[in-house]
Design a protein around this ligand. Structure first.
Ligand code: FAD
Ligand code: MG
Length: 339
């Protein structure tokens, strides 16, 4: 999702104007089928940005569901044929994915790949699959059929036709890798945005956090419904309003409910998660699938983690930890509930 980008940049420009700060180096590129924007302050920012871009492209070449030669595709092509040695990046993302698949009781489901491929919501010829097509794939999406062995660096998928898809977690991982590069190169103030998976390094200005807008679902980009004040953390948003197709007046979006095989429909329009690391906030934003009540209950059990949920019935549900960091912008349209 590119939900936060435009507004965050507006806020950054605002920071520049207000505080007389040095202008940041800003670069946007298309990588991983989405827009990647780096905003870096400090000397040699262009060089650091190039290094970060190379790392994102490297991660794409390893973890892409779409590239036939990726490490992930090697695993998927080997489904039903036993263990296969994989790269550390793949092992780490698979291990985290299994953890979050269990934690969300299968709401986040790393084996959702066959359904993602069937629905192909962003393709020009996307259409509603038949009930029979969906039913035929349901036996393939039990995440407990993915096994990773960290000692041997191997993984396996039990059944032929099973496919791991890291589309709901690997952009977060890439964002964390970029923040690590920034820190290694002495950068103390930057934002990396990989399609709505934001990594925030440092503060906007001394003791002043970044102000990050959360997109008003359904409105043009750059229209925030609300904003959060954050520093040194990640924010990832999953929403039903950017990658979808419409048929007979109904929206079919890209976040699949693995219990039904259809796009998740739990009364939510978007879920934004704030956590120390982006791999975690990206995966946890899939509480979209389990709905507001179960999702908020889960987030409240995880340390240093908060959520902003926007519902179809015009509520913004915010975890208590954000009470003093939250700002409602579209006040005429939404009511806010702290939980
Ligand atoms: P999120 O809500 O964070 O994630 C939704 C995505 O997660 C879905 O698109 C699907 O892939 C997966 N998913 C759906 N349901 C579930 C579920 N219940 N549990 C877990 N995961 C689920 N897109 C292209 O069009 N072309 C490319 O070449 C391309 N390359 C990519 C390479 C990599 C390494 C990655 C990570 C993604 C790539 N993408 C590509 C995907 C594109 O960026 C996706 O649209 C994106 O991953 C969706 O992310 P999001 O943050 O918008 O949505
Ligand atoms: Mg995401």
């Amino acid at each position: 999702m590119r939900v936060c980008y435009f507004f965050s940049v507006i806020m950054l420009m605002h920071a520049y104007i207000c505080f007389g700060d040095t202008a940041p180096f800003v670069i946007s590129e298309e990588i991983m089928g989405t827009t990647v924007t780096q905003t870096i302050y400090g000397p040699h920012a262009d060089k650091v940005a190039r290094e970060a871009s190379s790392r994102i492209r490297e991660i794409e070449s390893i973890l892409s569901f779409h590239l036939p030669a990726s490490d992930l595709s090697r695993l998927n092509n080997h489904a039903g044929k036993g263990d296969i040695v994989l790269k550390p990046e793949t092992m780490y993302n698979l291990q985290k994915s299994i953890y979050y698949s269990g934690l969300t009781n299968g709401g986040f489901n790393v084996l959702v790949g066959p359904l993602v491929k069937l629905w192909k919501v962003t393709s020009p010829d996307a259409d509603i699959p038949s009930a029979g097509q969906i039913a035929a794939l349901m036996p393939l999406i039990d995440y407990r059929d993915l096994h990773v062995n960290i000692e041997s660096g191997t993984a396996r998928l039990d059944k032929k036709g099973q496919m791991a898809d890291l589309g709901g977690i690997a952009k977060g991982y890439a964002s964390d890798e970029v923040i690590a590069i920034y820190k290694k190169r002495g950068i103390t103030k930057a934002i990396i945005d990989i399609g709505g998976n934001l990594g925030l390094l440092g503060f906007k200005a001394k003791d002043t956090p970044w102000c990050i807008g959360i997109q008003y679902p359904g409105k043009d980009r750059g229209n925030p419904a609300c904003a959060v004040y954050l520093s040194d953390c990640s924010l990832s948003t999953s929403g039903a309003y950017e990658r979808f197709f419409e048929k007979n007046g109904k929206i079919y979006h890209h976040i699949i409910d693995p219990s039904t095989g259809y796009p998740a429909d739990t009364g939510l329009l978007s879920v934004s998660i704030i956590a120390p690391k982006s791999i975690d906030s990206d995966a946890l934003s899939k509480i979209f699938v389990i709905g507001a009540d179960k999702g908020i209950a889960l987030i409240k059990r995880i340390p240093n983690t908060n959520a902003v949920l926007i519902t179809k019935d015009k509520r913004i549900i915010v975890t208590d930890g954000l009470r003093h960091k939250f700002k409602l912008i579209a006040a005429d349209d939404f009511t806010v509930q702290f939980k």
